[in-house]
Ligand binder design. Sequence first.
Ligand SMILES: [Zn+2]
Length: 125
Amino acid sequence: MFQIGNRVVRRDKPGEVGTVMNVTPNVQRSPEFTIYEVEFPSGRRIIHGHRLRALYPSCEEWQRLLNLCQRASEIYFEVVSELADAAEVVAHTEFELLQRRVAAAKELRRMAQKLLTEHSAKHGC
Ligand SMILES: [Zn+2]
């Protein structure tokens, strides 16, 4: 069971780290159906316990893949904002090059998330 203030990630979308803001135990007191209110960078969500996992598991491989996911997301948002800034000031060829970098960063992020999801499913961590 998680407590208020614990850092958690969603099992199906492990790239985003959230903080538990509120805990509502369910009537049967089963931990997997405890309802958590979690603040993610993309917004606040209400989620059942079985869809969450603690941020710092013992599995080193999982942690390594999570770091990869988070770094890939950072790179993706960096190039997207670079592209937005460049849209009106750079030459067409340069803009196309930036667009290709965005596509490559997006693919890297997708791959990293896939590896992490696959590892979790296989390893049960
Ligand atoms: Zn693992």
